[in-house]
Write a protein that binds this ligand. Structure first.
Ligand code: C2O
Ligand code: CU
Length: 544
């Protein structure tokens, strides 16, 4: 494993051909997917990001906890102002307990569609994996490809008030695979030797699609999620949300031949049923094999709308026991927040493409987050600059939702707009319950928190019921994740201790929901003790 402590990331356009047509896309160093970062657990690295593109950009290190280092975390107008065309930012990336797979991506408009790559975090030198050392390690990065320019897709989507255009293909390591036109010869091929075990470093970098993934005739053994090891779990398929990463062992223990791997969207959104039969493929090719592959041999995948199949898998993931003493038992700050799709009325004189002529939006606790566009929240907090954000993200949801079929009055569809953040005391034990709603469209939401790994202590369908559901929490071996999938018409509960001072973004990782306002910010107070004190910003913070 070749690790490095310095990287140069040049954000630049490059020509790529997919689905029989060529276009210019934004890349890092001309690569799609972008370069892989390789580190050992606990390393600190520096990445020089040069913006040679036409638009503002920022880069985020997804899942890297960055202790006391929010300055170079990356979300645009949350922790920094964007790097302007021609500009440069030297970003320090501080790894601590993470081990396994993470990823980096642009955190500015929809640039992350093509600006993303894997982060491999190896064990500390001279220590070992909690499983036999794999013979090979291979990134499996899922993405989405639009024939159109992604920036156009994004701006048209915001102007229309409706849903964005669906992508034209799911990709595996940048390729749509055998079943799409003009793609066959470039299909990603994983070459294996019979009898060996391989570590798949799986990243879901897709913009808007939760995915099922499986490999014909082979089982998948999940050993890690979000760069924390999990109890080994062997399954026929995995389910992975945008933002999530998984470490999966593949035993090449079948007849030497070619086998399909395949990915398909999981969604309860009826507007997206065009993905019903859209399957993206790649190939596992045994070295000793000469027989060609036949398309009849696609692996089993659950149906696109099979919520049971998704959550049977997700709820089975559990953490390694060595972490269980750290699960917070006494909670100081409880937050219950709804995560909803909403609508705004269409302004006079415009025609809007949301349901019944409205504008689609999204919210947490009925507040549709407005991202500042002149100054960032972290610098505003640090320098006491007023007018950029407001405290007072509400602690409890405005009302309880009813999933028993009674529809809610339309007035509840309309959220308030605001830049409301939640301030947490340094060191406080926090529980957050995300409550899905059935407003506009009941959906699953992959909620992601920057700056932390959190324990997922419970999931359920229907309304969260504090006295009943808290009794069933898993405080013994909950998984330690950075992204939790909140079930459709259900809830998920997480716990963490606020020991990382700074400004940390909390948002749905479905890009359209983030664009609509399903996000907020946790500010962990800058305290007096050394561990609680923020160091000053680096000298080259991009200017606002
Ligand atoms: Cu994958 Cu806000 O991040
Ligand atoms: Cu969402």
């Amino acid at each position: 494993s070749q690790t490095r402590s310095h990287y140069n990331f040049v954000v630049q356009e490059a020509r790529y051909t997919r689905l029989c047509s060529t276009k210019s896309i934004l890349t890092v160093n001309g690569k799609f997917p972008g370069p892989t970062i390789r580190v050992h657990k606990g390393d600190t690295i520096y990445v020089n990001v040069y913006n040679k593109g036409k638009y503002n950009i920022t880069i985020h290190w997804h899942g890297v906890m960055q202790p006391r280092n929010p300055w170079t975390d990356g979300p645009e107008y949350i922790t920094q102002c964007p790097i302007q065309p021609g500009g440069k930012f030297r970003q320090k990336v501080v790894f601590s307990d993470e081990e396994g797979t993470l990823w980096w991506h642009a955190h500015s408009d929809w640039a992350r569609a093509t600006v993303h790559g894997a982060i491999n975090i190896y064990p500390i030198i001279n220590s070992t994996y909690p499983f036999p050392k794999p013979y090979g390690e291979i990134p499996i990065i899922f993405g989405e490809w639009w024939k159109n320019d992604v920036n156009k897709v994004f701006t048209e989507f915001l102007e229309s008030g409706g849903a964005p255009n669906s992508s034209d293909a799911i990709t595996i390591n940048g390729q749509p695979g055998d079943l799409y036109p003009c793609s066959k010869s470039e299909t990603f091929k994983l070459r294996v030797e019979q009898g060996r075990t391989y570590l798949l470093r799986v990243v879901n970098a897709a913009m808007n699609l939760i995915l099922f993934f499986s490999i014909s005739k082979h089982k998948l053994t999940v050993v890690g999620a979000d760069a924390m090891y999990t109890k080994p779990m062997t399954r026929d398929y995995i389910c992975i949300s945008p933002g999530q990463t998984m470490d999966v062992l593949l035993h090449a223990n079948q007849e030497p031949s070619h086998y399909y791997m395949a990915a398909r969207a999981y969604s309860t959104d009826n507007a997206r049923v065009e993905f019903d039969n859209t399957t993206t493929t790649a190939i596992v090719q045994y070295r000793e094999s000469y027989t060609p592959i036949s398309t009849s041999s696609l692996p089993f995948l659950p149906n696109y709308n099979d919520t049971q199949a998704a959550f049977n898998f997700i709820r089975s993931i559990s953490g390694l026991h060595k972490y269980s003493n750290d699960v917070p038992k006494k909670i100081k700050t409880r937050i219950i927040t709804t995560v909803s799709i909403n609508t705004f009325p269409c302004p006079n004189g415009r025609s809007c493409e949301g349901p019944n002529g409205t504008i689609l939006s999204a919210s947490m606790n009925n507040i549709s987050f407005q991202t500042p566009n002149k100054f960032d929240i972290l610098e505003a907090y640090y320098y006491h600059i007023n007018g950029v954000f407001r405290k007072g993200f509400p602690r409890f949801p405005p009302f309880i939702f009813n999933f028993n079929g009674n529809s809610l009055p339309m007035t509840l569809n309309t959220p308030r707009r605001g830049t409301k953040v939640k301030v947490l005391k340094y060191g406080s034990a926090v529980e957050v319950v995300f409550q899905g709603t059935n407003l506009v469209a009941p959906l699953d939401h992959p909620m992601h928190l920057h700056g932390f790994s959190f324990y997922v202590v419970g999931y359920g369908f229907g309304n969260f019921n504090k006295s009943k559901d808290t009794k069933n929490y898993n405080l013994i071996d909950p998984p330690l994740l950075n992204t939790v999938l909140v079930p459709v018409n259900g809830w998920a509960a997480i716990r963490f201790v606020a020991t990382n001072p700074g400004v940390w973004f909390l948002h749905c990782h479905l890009e359209r929901h983030l664009s609509w306002g399903m996000e907020t910010v946790f500010i962990v107070k800058n305290g007096k003790s050394l561990n609680a004190t923020l160091p000053p910003p680096p000298p080259d913070m991009p200017p606002c």
